[in-house]
Design a binder for this molecule. Structure first.
Ligand SMILES: [Zn+2]
Length: 192
């Protein structure tokens, strides 16, 4: 894996944004692409979230494992904030079609907010719902089933149903195909 000096000292605003999650997360994200992108491939740019959001999700799970929950929680907060800023602009599958000829920065922000952040946030919500053990089995099964093949969101949904017994089609309909965001979780009660 090659990462040039721009990663350590971003010169442009766009690159600053790209690396804003920190160099550890960026390295973990790029390494995760060896699994999500190279081993399991995206069939088209309509499903780019299958590589970018899943790489984000796995990078965050890795950082939670080596650095602890606060690091992970911070990434989830960032995904949520950036997803909130982008969700009304489009839906994840058509985020690459976004066009604003007079404001490329805005286009970039919405596109990444959907394909990287909103998708990763949706995966976090699914992880919360099914629990770590099932979620990790889901990721491993997806790798095993689609090794050197093209994955699709439809297959991902089918595998989730197979493993959990629950049909998540409505979840994908609202939040992946549609411009909605899952409701914000209620804050945890303060310890006495
Ligand atoms: Zn990436």
């Amino acid at each position: 894996m090659l990462i040039d000096k721009e990663a350590f000292n971003p010169l442009s605003e766009e690159m600053n944004h790209y690396f804003s999650r920190g160099i550890n997360e960026r390295f973990a994200h790029e390494i995760a692409h060896q699994y999500w992108g190279h081993v399991v491939k995206m069939p088209s740019y309509d499903e780019q979230w299958l590589t970018e959001s899943v790489a984000e999700c796995c990078a965050a799970l890795f950082l939670r494992f080596v650095k602890g929950a606060p690091e992970y929680d911070l990434l989830v907060q960032r995904w949520r904030t950036k997803a909130e800023q982008a969700t009304a602009a489009s839906a994840i599958p058509i985020a690459n079609e976004l066009w604003n000829g007079s404001n490329n920065w805005e286009r970039y922000r919405y596109r990444t907010g959907l394909i990287y952040d909103k998708g990763a946030y949706l995966l976090h919500c699914l992880n919360q719902e099914v629990g770590d053990k099932v979620f990790q089995t889901f990721l491993k099964s997806y790798q095993a089933t689609f090794r050197w093949k093209f994955g699709t969101t439809e297959h991902l949904n089918g595998l989730l149903k197979h493993l959990t017994g629950t049909d998540h089609s409505a979840f994908f309909e609202h939040y992946y195909w549609g411009p909605e965001l899952p409701p914000k979780p209620a804050p945890l009660p303060k310890a006495p």
